[in-house]
Design a protein around this ligand. Structure first.
Ligand code: 6PG
Length: 246
């Protein structure tokens, strides 16, 4: 099931995502289960994290049932300005009642990147029980969208796009001249829900390309095909020529 939600403001977009997470985490807790989230990196998630810890939403989440993971990480220490963990710590973890043992970061300080990928997969295998197809199921995977159509650190023309066995892999991104560590598509697509959050005029071209049926570009984001639900949360500035679906 795929849905497109378009919002006139980033505040409205963040509130809609918060409402989904609040409801789903409460339902998970009601079932006596954890609610596992893989956080996105980059800048977009800041607006969601800040909404989550705002006075309006902070008390609506079952924080004790929530367990936080990462979709990808840059190969830098956790206190580096480019660290996705640092961004999440500054905007979310340091403001919310989350137990440290419920936060599972990718160790970007490890070298080579392969070691960080191996370490993270070991963490995931210890914490998440694989389903019958051998892959773990996150309750929610949060993603941003790069202007080139990448999600997490799954960039165009990289081998990781075709990884079918590993849960986590290291990937060299030529354009960035940098290594990354990322969850792979089999794991992303096993999620109960995937939310792709897109804001800003700078993303309007890639959003139009993604939803333009005639576009044959091999955009990594087009490989998202969760067995569960795929929800696009798009600010109207990024949604030129794209309409919300019912
Ligand atoms: C990262 C992210 C990456 C990000 C997109 C969009 O580590 O950078 O995982 O996939 O979501 O590049 O980034 P912005 O939100 O900054 O536009």
């Amino acid at each position: 099931m795929e849905r497109r939600h378009v919002f006139s403001s980033t505040a409205g977009l963040a509130e809609a995502v918060c409402a989904h997470i609040a409801q789903d985490s409460a339902q998970a807790k009601g079932r006596g289960q954890r609610y596992t989230l893989a956080l996105a990196g980059g800048a977009t998630p800041r607006l969601l994290h800040e909404a989550m810890v705002s006075s309006q939403w902070m008390k609506t989440f079952c924080w004790d049932a929530m367990e936080f993971f990462f979709g990808d990480e840059r190969m830098v220490p956790p206190d580096h300005r480019n660290s996705n963990y640092r961004m999440a710590y500054e905007t979310l973890f340091s403001h919310a009642p989350i137990a440290p043992e419920h936060i599972h970061r990718i160790k970007g300080e490890l070298s080579p990147a392969m070691d960080a990928a191996i370490d993270y997969e070991k963490q995931l295998r210890r914490l998440l029980t694989p389903l019958e197809d051998g892959f773990p199921q996150f309750d929610l995977v949060l993603l941003g969208l790069g202007a080139d159509g990448h999600v997490a650190s799954l960039f165009p023309d990289t081998d990781i796009l075709n990884e079918r066995e590993k849960w986590v892999a290291a990937t060299y991104v030529q354009r960035l001249e940098a290594w990354r560590v990322s969850l792979t598509f089999p794991v992303l697509n096993r999620a109960r829900k995937i939310f792709v959050l897109v804001t800003g005029e700078s993303k309007s071209d890639i959003v139009a390309a993604v939803f333009n049926e005639a576009s044959s570009a091999d955009l990594p984001v087009k490989r998202l095909a969760p067995r569960g639900e795929l929800h696009w949360f798009i600010e109207s500035k990024a949604a030129r020529h794209v309409a919300a679906t019912a």
